[in-house]
Design a protein around this ligand. Sequence first.
Ligand code: SF4
Length: 168
Amino acid sequence: MNLRVVDIVEGTSVDGAGLRTAIYMAGCAHACPGCHNPHTWPFDSGRDMTPGQVLEIVERNGFNVTFSGGDPIYQAEALVQLARELHARGYNLWCYTGFTFEQLLEMPQAMALLRYIDILVDGPFDEMLRDTDLRFRGSSNQRIIDVQPSLDAGTPVVATRYTEKTFS
Ligand code: SF4
C-alpha cells in the first residue's frame, strides 16, 4: 500500500531525540487553531511513495525516524509495513498525532502501528497552552509517551526523560 508523503527531512533535531529523518505524512482533520503545517491538511497533498522508496531514503543516512504530518494516524494502515521494516532494522521510531493515546486505544489500525512505535507525542496543538520552552512539542497538553510500556499497562506512561525543559 502506497504512502502519501508531503515531505521528508533528513537530519532534523526538533522532531524527537537526536538527529532523525522526519517523514511528513499528508492529511489532517484536527484543524488545530494556530497549526504551523496547514499545507499538510489535504489528504491529497504531497506525492505517492512506496514503503520501499521511503526506506531507501532512511537508509541513506541511518538516522532514527519520526512520523509527523499532518497526522500519520490517518495513514496507519499504510504505515504498518514501513514501521515493521524499520523496527526490524533497529530504528527508533517516534510518531506525532493529534489524537490522544486513549483515543488510539479504540482504533484497531492505530494499535497495529503502535506495536512498532517507541515514542508517541499525542494530542492536538492547543494555542492557549503553547510553550516555546517545551522540547519536541508545541503545547503543554501534548504528552511524550513511552509506547510499549503504555500498551502493556493500558494507560499512558510519560517518557519523563524527554519532558524536562532542560533536557539536552
Ligand atoms: S494535529 Fe498537528 S497537523 Fe493536525 S491540525 Fe493539529 S497541529 Fe496541525
